[in-house]
Each structure stands twice: as C-alpha cells, then as structure tokens.
Design a protein around this ligand. Structure first.
Ligand code: KG4
Ligand code: ZN
Length: 341
C-alpha cells in the first residue's frame, strides 16, 4: 500500500509518500521563500502561480525518490485547509485529478492537525490522548485540546498576528531578510547583554488567547525612538522581542496545562505537542524543556524539518484517516480558517 500526500496551503509546494506502516519513503519540499522575499511576506497570487508551476515536478520527484509509480498508489491525501484558497486549490485539483484517474480514494487533511501529527512521523512515540497541542506558525497560533485526531477543541488562538508573522514583521523592520524567524533566532542566540523591557503580551489576560500585534508595535515604537542601525542594536532588539514572544507562548501553555489539571471531571492530559514553523526556535525549545510545569508531561516537538510546512505530516495523518475509512468526495472544497472541531 502506498499513499501520496500533497501540501500547498501557503508558500511551500510539497509531496510525500508513505507505505502501509506509515514509513516515510520520500518527502520533497519546494520552498518559495526567495520569490516572496522581495515583498517581505507571502503574496497569495504569486504563491498560487508558483504552486501551479512546481506541483507536478514535485509529485514526480517524490514518487521517484520513493521508488514508486503512479500505478502503485492506493490513496491520495491532500491539505484541504486552513490556508490561502488559491494555493490550496492547486493541491486539491491535482489530488482530485490523480484520485479520479487512478480510481483511488481522496483523503482530506487539516493542515493544523497535520502540524501536530508531525511529532509522530519518526515513529519513536505513538500519540496519546487527550493531548494539549500548541501550533505556532507563520499563519496560526492555536492552542488545542485533542481527544483524538479529528476530535479537537480550540482553547485559545491569536486575536491578531500569528507569532511567526510577528517574527517576520520584526525581521522586516530590522531589515534582516525574509523569513525573519530563523534570522532573529540566530541573532538572539548570539546576543549577550541587557534586554529591552518589551511587554509580554496577554500574560495576565485571564484566558488562553494570544496577541502579537501589540508587541510588534512596541518594537516599532522603540525603533522609532532609538534608531537601530548597527549589528549590536539589531541583536538587542531581536533578542528582546524574542524573549517576550517566547515567554508569552510558554506562559499560555503552562496556564492551559494548569486549567486542564483543575478540570477534575476530564481525563488528565497524556501528552503535549508544540509544533509549526516557530517550534524550530531554539529559545522556545529551551524554555519548554526548562518549564517546571511543561516538563511534567511527555512533551514532543517535531524535528525542525517537520516543524515547517511539509507533506510528510499530511501523509502521516492522511494514512490514519484512510485506515479508518475517513475519505473525501471529489466535490471537496478548500477552507481558509481554522476549524473548531
Ligand atoms: O509552519 P510554517 O512553515 O508555515 C505556516 O504554516 O505558516 O511556519 C513558518 C513560520 C515563519 O513565520 C517563520 O519565520 C517561522 O515559522 N520560523 C521561525 C523559525 N523558523 C521558522 N520562527 C522563529 N524561530 C525559528 N527558528
Ligand atoms: Zn503550516
């Protein structure tokens, strides 16, 4: 049994192949970073056009890397949302055409649940529910309680910018290049000195919501008052922004774990997953491992190549869905926003 998965929700065109046991046979990712760098962020129309150009060669490459042919495929999984509609449509049309032509089932995968599933691709640990998952990416900042894949509740989400988006905007402000996340991470790691006291967003909001646009504005205001020109000042701003952003994420995760523990009627959380592009961040990884509350739980963070967008995570979750008969019709439509359940 061979399953092909396709991911085109944002600015990575990706395909992956898994076998019956979920073993990853191939994972190909074509990033569009350079295309969007000149605009300082993802331009939806540019992304759709690039997906259109890359999708078939990427699928061909994934199959070739896996040593499989189209005729070997028993199912095709695809990201149905959330994401940019024009981008999703490219993957969806390709997957539908393949499923129709090969007469195999189509499987619709949720991108955010797949980010969580990325923690299990390596096969080291199996998922255990209920799970608390923090998805931190360029497009989303969502805290879920997951009772099974497909049965999840959003406990909190960002009211405005996603945390990765804030990283990218601060990166643009400091003229560091795009995407800003990995560059800020590097600059901050090298920084030694005092931190600027940026506010930790929503720390005392009393709920599990996030917000990152206020922190971004605080950085903009600071840079207006203290022009940041030399490398050392850039490092200081980057490190101070990162400190506040990472603290906000860890504090909310801790609050969510405490709240879940206080709910006596519900089954205790069995696993914690932190995933999505920002989960590559070295300071976040360190802070999670040092948190006395988080470290009481079995906590999984996918390896960095499976934190950022990829199709291996779509394949892993798509295979589970296929095995339990959760297949989609060819009239499947893409969706733009995070699904509540
Ligand atoms: O998951 P992803 O590839 O795409 C979305 O689904 O949005 O996440 C991309 C985001 C970008 O905002 C990027 O700046 C951020 O992840 N990112 C990081 C790091 N590596 C990627 N942010 C902070 N530190 C990093 N090391
Ligand atoms: Zn993503």
């Amino acid at each position: 049994m061979t399953l092909l998965a396709i991911e085109t929700s944002c600015d990575e065109t990706a395909a992956a192949v898994v076998d019956t046991d979920g073993r990853l046979l191939a994972s190909t990712v074509r990033s569009q970073e350079l295309l969007h760098a000149q605009f300082g962020g993802v331009v939806p129309e540019v992304a759709s056009r690039a997906h259109n150009a890359y999708i078939l060669p990427i699928v061909d490459k994934a199959l070739a890397d896996a040593g499989r042919k189209y005729a070997d495929l028993k199912a095709v999984a695809v990201t149905a949302g959330p994401g940019l509609l024009g981008s999703l449509l490219v993957g969806l049309s390709t997957a539908k055409a393949l499923a129709f032509a090969l007469k195999v089932p189509l499987v619709a995968v949720d991108h955010l649940q797949a980010h969580v599933a990325a923690a299990f691709i390596d096969g080291k640990l199996a998922p255990r529910f209920p799970m608390l998952a923090l998805v931190v990416s360029g497009g989303h900042t969502v805290l879920y309680r997951i009772d099974d894949f497909g049965r999840q509740r959003i406990l909190g989400a960002t009211r405005d910018d996603a945390v990765g988006e804030a990283y990218d905007k601060v990166g643009a402000l400091l003229q560091l290049g795009y995407p800003g996340g990995p560059i800020i991470d590097k600059l901050a790691t090298a920084y030694q000195g005092e931190f600027i006291d940026f506010p930790v967003p929503m720390q005392h909001s009393g709920d599990l919501q996030f917000s990152f646009s206020g922190l971004k504005t605080a950085v903009v205001d600071y840079c207006r008052k203290h022009p940041v020109l030399d490398e050392k000042s850039k490092q200081r701003v980057a490190a101070s922004f990162q400190k506040a952003a990472v603290t906000a994420l860890v504090v909310k995760l801790e609050q969510a774990l405490r709240a879940q523990r206080a709910e006596f009627s519900s089954t205790p959380i069995a696993q914690v997953v932190v995933c999505g592009g920002v989960a590559c961040n070295s300071a976040l990884r360190r802070a999670l491992s040092q948190s006395p509350i988080v470290s009481k739980y079995e906590t999984l963070i996918p390896e960095p190549r499976f934190c950022t967008d990829n199709a291996a995570m779509i394949a892993w979750l798509g295979l589970q869905q296929f095995k339990r008969g959760d297949v989609a019709s060819l009239s499947l439509a893409p969706y733009a926003s995070a699904r509540m359940v």
